[in-house]
Design a protein. Sequence first.
Lengths: 397, 222
Amino acid sequence: MLKQSLKMAWESIRSNKMRSFLTMLGIIIGVFALVVLVSIVNGATSSITDSINSLGSNSITVTVVDDKENPLDLEDLRALAEDETIQAVSPTAQSSVTGKSAYNSESVTVYGVTPEYENIGQLEMAQGRFLKTPDIDNHSSSVIVSMDVVNDILSFSSASKAIGAEIMLNGKAYQIVGVLAEEEEDSGSIFGSSSYEAYIPYTSLIRLVDNISHVTSFAVSSAIEDLDTTGDAVSKQLLKRFDNDEDAFTILNISSIADVMDSVMGTMSLLLGGIAAISLLVGGIGIMNIMLVSVTERTKEIGIRKAIGAGRSVIMQQFLIEALMLSLLGSAIGVVMSWAALKIISLISGDISAYNLSGGVVVIAVGFSIGIGLLFGLYPANNAAKKKPIDALRYNG
Amino acid sequence: MIVFQDVSRVYVMGDTQLRALDHANMHIKEGEFVAIVGPSGSGKSTLMNIVGCLDVADEGTYFLDGLEIEKYSEDELAKIRNKKIGFIFQNFNLIAKMTAWDNVELPLIYQKIAPKERKERVAEALERVSLLERKNHKPTELSGGQQQRVAIARAIATKPSLFLADEPTGNLDSRTGEDIIRLFHELHDAGNTIVLITHDDEVAKQASRRIHIRDGRVREVD
């Protein structure tokens, strides 16, 4: 009986190809929109989350806004690091200087830090070493540069060749003691392509540029899991230092940014998913419309079937299966199209891993389509099932 | 086999009542070949619908094989039609999209007969009406006479208690009509009960007994 119904449904869909396709189009577009949009949002979320995490997920950034004529210095930071929730503290002064070699010259972002920053910023060395305490004490002219600086300014193809070479920062010669490992592809694609970065001792930076004389921003790494507790500890100490003025400084917690990001993206995917779901609903109404036409067209057939012994449930089943088949076919085509679209998007964005067909969304989309097929097939199928055999037999359409 | 006791069927149209059947009484025994004859508008079709369990009487009682038909629900009536009645209609009423084979097989599927037996019975029925070699043809690819034979095969396959034919030759030329009537004779000779509804006296003469109906009233002549 089921086999018969499946065969009949398939015949009916096949014999009205254009009509069936147009009916399915609503479902196809709905599933396509749902799967592609949600997958893109998911892909973007994981890519952004990765980038944020690569900035150091256990670090807190503090910016001093108003130093009350009583600026922080390195001693203050060392005192701060005494707190048991705090692992390390490093100033993060930042300036833009001209990096120059015999070969080329580019604008370089210079960070003035202490040795602790290697850990706090989760920097990875490709070659050489990071700053050491004597560099700070002696205002040394050591510099650690990014791979882009090695490639573009010094014109060396490998990191090892750069060790020991000199680079001019704002006209002052610095010796390269270390080269940073290149960042992973995906975080680079979001925050711009090449990055010219150089890390020098904080004490050297004060001498190199005029506008930095005190610690106005620093990074703290936490000794414990809960960043908020560490943040509170930092806040408490700074409040003491700055006459209980909460507006004197701002504390930026990376993990709380990630949380906010997550919830924004979650809302976004819900919103887009909702819109796509509405288009699926519209597709379902299209199915109902066509099924009603189909029932009317086949009134005579229903009459014959009832006369030779088909009960209500048999007729009902036949039309429900047809509606289900339409919605399932539609969602299958929609899923295949989404898969292809996501592949193309990944190819264009040059980021193969990010925009995957997310299995959960496919299950939701197909499940939703089945639900819609059933829901909107029910009314026409019931219409068919309750036709009286004599009326249906007499029908001439 | 078929017993009508004071059966009435009243159609209400607005405020006029139409008594299509008026206290009809009749008796058809098993193995009989009966023609129900009457002009159009006499209540023939109503009688046929009630005998075929497609419609139910408003008053009176109809027994089919001892079953009191008024007591059954719509779905139960579908089962009774499926098992006990082989319909042969004036306009054949085959499903256009299905082949001859599939049309004959359909009521057996509703009877939930196993595929193997189903196959045998369909082949047997089509052989009986000499159309086995046309089993894969659709109704539109068959002549009127052939379509009617497929319809008869569909009835034969279910092994019904009653063959109920409504103007079976009405849409056929006289020679093809004779072929169909010959088939009914063969079925009758094999012991089947046949009720033939017609307005054509020539066709009615073929039956062993005639029941006349006029203005909703049944009169048994001869």
